[in-house]
Design a binder for this molecule. Structure first.
Ligand code: FAD
Length: 453
């Protein structure tokens, strides 16, 4: 093997070997089966937001970049719709497009997923009306809420907190442009997106939004030696670089090996591993030694997200994962619990408490860290390939949520306490570290809590 990775992961007390065996045997099979479930399969996203940083250089017309959103119609390949299929030009063109992409149409998105009784979201406040104390509510409304053992104050506290301190900008779910996408029908894989547009995104992320080593303050920072950055800045770079590695590994693993489709619209080519492409990107000989470091950054990112899952586990275990299919929802809830118990059993978690300790400076740094990451989330709206934009947004939202769980302080306490505290608890960890009037949550803080924290 030209690129066998071994040994310690920098800035973590863990090795590649430990993570490999834990992931391959315990996490991956469970996660993979969960990802096939309806609850995790659909994601609502706005792929039409304007790039806030520059005039877009045109969305690329590469055929593997297109994304097929779900419509409210049933999967027309399955049912009585065949009549409409032949008569409606819109449906007919959708059918052709699906043949071209080799994708099937999305099945109807279950009503249960569409917000009315959806689960609480760590990044968003609830919009639907909530039952008040003593008021009867129908079962369907109840199902989406946190486990009823939590008090109303706790849930209110959570909802208020959820609206603040985000590490990423989120799409407005109510916008007409936000559409459900079936992730199984639009897998992350090679799209052909490359060249100046892709490079501008990566360059903007690294040069303008990562913390640069001091010896490379010019327009093109050199990240080959990040040793003189502090832990927090190194962690930021490693997480971003790990995400970049993940994207590039996916495109190598699901590469278009042969485009045999030609004029046969029903064929979509042959997909599989492209070892040469992987080698070009990660072989130490071909990358001046950078390849293995970039792969290790993916392990770093894995540990960071694993720790966030473990930390939020008490909360995640209380959710109902509601889609409307009682049997399936029960199974998903059990499968999530099972996954979380495995995640919690991991012995060498990333230690978030080693970061952002050090008075006012640390508080400032945390704020900068959050702002830089929020900026990266906006850059995702500049990605010129829809499929890449979809997966970029999804993964940045996931990482931003993990950062929020790790660094907002609200998951540092047992669940009921943490939800109550979140109404008043300051975001930063020491007396005197708070930039004045920063958020609603911080405005309401109590002096005793500052002392404890
Ligand atoms: P790039 O990957 O574009 O990298 C640019 C430069 O960054 C490299 O020259 C190197 O110096 C440095 N670099 C590379 N990897 C790392 C790393 N891990 N850490 C630190 N520095 C690094 N393409 C697809 O086929 N499918 C996708 O789903 C897809 N999704 C994308 C999502 C986003 C958000 C973006 C920005 C791009 C996406 N791409 C996708 C494009 C893909 O990431 C590459 O940009 C493209 O394949 C061109 O690769 P490249 O070899 O020119 O180097």
């Amino acid at each position: 093997c030209f690129c066998q990775l071994k040994g310690a992961i920098d800035d973590c007390s863990c090795s590649v070997e430990t993570i490999d065996s834990f992931n391959n045997w315990k996490v991956y099979p469970r996660l993979n089966s969960l990802l096939q479930q309806v609850f995790f399969r659909y994601w609502k996203v706005n792929l039409n937001k304007k790039c806030p940083f520059w005039e877009e250089d045109g969305r690329c017309a590469i055929r593997f970049c297109s994304v097929q959103p779900c419509t409210d119609q049933e999967d027309f390949s399955s049912s009585e719709d065949s009549e409409i299929l032949h008569t409606s030009p819109i449906n007919f063109s959708r059918l052709i497009q699906n043949f071209v992409e080799g994708a099937k149409t999305c099945e109807k998105v279950p009503e249960g997923l569409k917000g009315k009784a959806g689960a609480l979201d760590i990044n968003k406040p609830q919009k639907r009306p909530r039952p008040t104390d003593g008021e009867d509510c129908d079962e369907e409304n109840d199902l989406g809420y946190l486990n009823t053992t939590l008090s109303k104050e706790s849930i209110d506290g959570f909802e208020r907190w959820a609206a603040h301190d985000n590490f990423c900008f989120l799409d407005d779910d109510d916008s007409e442009d936000s559409k459900y996408v079936d992730l199984l029908l639009n897998p992350e894989r090679y799209t052909g997106y490359t060249g100046p547009s892709a490079h501008r995104i990566w360059r903007t992320i690294y040069q303008e939004n990562c913390f640069k080593p001091s010896m490379s303050l010019g327009p093109y920072a050199d990240f080959s030696n990040i040793g003189d950055l502090c832990l927090e800045k190194r962690a930021f770079y490693r997480a971003v670089s790990g995400l970049h590695s993940s994207i590039n590994i996916h495109l190598c693993a699901r590469y278009l090996l042969s485009d045999k489709s030609g004029f046969d619209l029903s064929s979509e080519g042959i997909w599989g591993h492209n070892v040469e492409e992987f080698q070009r990107r990660f072989d130490p000989q071909l990358t001046g030694g950078e390849g293995p470091k970039r792969l290790k950054n993916l392990y770093f990112l894995y540990l960071l997200e694993l720790r966030a899952l473990a930390k939020a586990a008490p909360y995640l275990e209380t959710l109902e994962y509601y889609t409307g299919n009682e049997e399936e929802d029960k199974d998903v809830k059990m499968a999530v619990k099972d996954l979380l118990s495995v995640v919690k059993s991991f012995p060498e978690h990333f230690n978030e408490h080693s970061m952002f300790n050090g008075g006012l400076q640390a508080a400032k740094l945390k704020e900068e860290f959050r702002e830089h990451f929020r900026n990266i989330s906006r850059i995702m709206d500049c990605v010129g390939c829809d499929k890449c934009r979809l997966w970029g947004k999804l993964q940045i939202t996931g990482l931003g949520t993990a950062l929020k769980i790790l660094f907002s302080g609200n998951f540092d306490h047992p669940i009921d306490q943490q939800l109550n505290l979140s109404v008043t608890k300051p975001q930063h960890s020491r007396v005197g570290e708070l930039p004045a009037g920063e958020s609603e949550i911080m405005k309401g803080r109590m002096p005793e809590e500052e002392l404890i924290l």
